[in-house]
Write a protein that binds this ligand. Structure first.
Ligand code: URP
Ligand code: ZN
Ligand code: ZN
Length: 471
């Protein structure tokens, strides 16, 4: 007799969708097959039973743009759970004088005692000369992914080519991976300055955010980072890729065997820059910004052809009051938007239900690929015997209208407000505990655990037994 059995659902396994039962003992998946018996039965008839989602790009309680992002480990992990997310990866950023260890300690303090779901951090390298000799120590501490920003000089976060090159060399040595925010800083600064006039701001308002960031700003930076990846052999992961040009560069590099992967985010798959013309258009400012309909189509295509390995959110929530800090100046908008609660519903509704991707592909992009690439497989990311019992149960057609007033996310707006979406999690299970029941959060706050990792990236993933990446 097992502790819990999920009965009668359509289970998305690495071998395809099977009508079967899933048994849980303690924190683990113990059996998959028909006719299983458990002390507690979770009825999944008429539902998909899918692996818990990993949102591997999240910023909780992040000091940024002169304020602090409004979702912390309490609201952010509750929001995630409601959206079927059972693991998140945040970014630990060292501030002035901080070592990489200090950054990790600081982020541990933000999470401890608050998180509902499991979590870990990418370690951000913001001052190469100071941080380069600390990387190996962080790997020993259980961190296998690092991050550099090619922009954000004013935040003190920007890395130059020397830092990118040197970090990628280290990633190659250590079997770890570098995540890069790829935008071309100097040309971007120049274009922002050209657009930053009282006349243009009066005429175009928030549209200037998009007008000052043409697609080549991202494409040139991805191209350059991919070149350093090719030369050094270090694993590279382009975060929040938003352009069709980016996807073309990734395709060409992958064809040459360059160990570069890319993620996009839910907003880049469904929103375009026409949003900036709305009266509340400034709410939609994130970095990089949402692009054009042709980019949306190319990114969906990349989900099928392999240039897009992962979909995440880049959750960096700001309330209307925080967004109002812009006061008509597009350079002062706190950049980012909520996302954890709507990632799965957006990809399910606009991907699977619209026939753009299959349910198996969705689970690859939201669960198995992020787990393997981030060094969390085989523990996380698939419904397999021995894996953590991290599971979401979703109804194929039941829709819920996105209404910030009824959501866990700490925001009084949503980029998808009023949208009717299927794919919210009816039941979320994290390491065997039911944390969402009947679409409501019921789990105990603080139960989420930090996850230690050893490797990451394509080469890291290959070291993991049975981890055949399907990218
Ligand atoms: O707008 C965004 N993305 N805010 C968070 C910082 C980043 O670049 O990921
Ligand atoms: Zn970024
Ligand atoms: Zn981010």
């Amino acid at each position: 007799m097992y502790d819990k059995v999920i009965k009668g659902g359509s289970v998305v396994t690495p071998d395809g969708v099977i009508e079967t039962d899933v048994a849980i003992s303690g924190e683990k998946i113990a059996a998959i097959g028909p006719g299983l018996e458990g002390n507690e039965v979770i009825d999944a008839a008429g539902h998909f039973v899918i692996p818990g989602v990993l949102d591997v790009h999240v910023h909780l309680a992040l000091p940024f743009c002169g304020t602090t992002s409004s979702d912390d480990y309490h609201t952010g992990t509750r929001a995630g759970a409601r959206g079927g997310v059972t693991t998140l990866i945040d970014f630990a950023i060292p501030y002035e004088g901080d070592s990489l260890n200090d950054a990790a300690d600081n982020w541990h303090r933000k999470a401890e005692g608050k998180a509902l779901i499991d979590y870990t951090f990418h370690i951000c390298i913001t001052r190469w000369d100071e941080h380069k000799d600390q990387i190996e120590g962080m790997v020993d501490r259980g961190f296998s992914t690092f991050k550099e920003f090619m922009i954000y000089e004013s935040e003190g976060w920007q890395s130059d080519d020397r830092a990118l090159f040197g970090t990628l060399e280290k990633m190659n040595e250590l079997g770890t991976m570098l995540l890069v925010h790829a935008e071309s800083s100097r040309v971007l600064d120049e274009l922002i300055e050209r657009h930053h006039t009282p006349e243009l701001m009066a005429e175009y308002g928030a549209q200037l955010h998009a007008m000052s960031r043409p697609n080549f700003i991202e494409a040139e930076a991805i191209q350059r980072a991919a070149k350093w990846c090719e030369i050094t052999g270090g694993n590279l992961y382009i975060v929040h890729m938003s352009t069709g040009e980016g996807a073309d560069i990734i395709r060409d590099a992958q064809k040459r065997g360059v160990p570069v992967l890319a993620e996009t985010c839910a907003q880049y798959l469904v929103l375009d820059d026409a949003m900036f013309a709305r009266e509340d258009g400034h709410l939609y400012a994130c970095c990089p910004q949402i692009k054009k309909p042709k980019d949306i189509e190319r990114l969906w295509e990349g989900m099928n052809t392999g240039e897009v390995s992962v979909v995440s959110t880049d959750t960096c929530t700001f309330t209307r009051e925080q967004k109002a800090m812009w006061e008509g100046d597009f350079t002062k908008i706190p950049m980012g938007m909520p996302g954890l609660e709507t990632l799965l519903p957006i990809v399910y509704t606009h991907g699977v239900r619209k026939g753009r991707i299959s349910i198996e592909q969705m689970c690859e992009k939201l669960s198995s690929n992020p787990a393997r690439i981030m060094g969390l497989a085989p523990r996380k990311g698939s419904i397999e015997i021995g894996a953590d019992a991290d599971i979401a149960i979703i109804h194929p057609t039941h829709e819920i209208v996105v209404d910030p007033a009824t959501m866990e996310t700490n925001a009084d707006w949503s980029p998808f407000e009023g949208w009717s979406l299927a794919g919210f999690s009816r039941t979320t299970i994290s390491r065997g505990d039911i944390i969402v029941d009947d679409y409501k959060v019921v789990g105990e706050m603080g139960r989420g655990k930090w996850l230690s990792r050893k490797t990451a990236g394509l080469t890291g993933a290959k070291q993991i037994e049975s981890a055949e990446l399907s990218i």
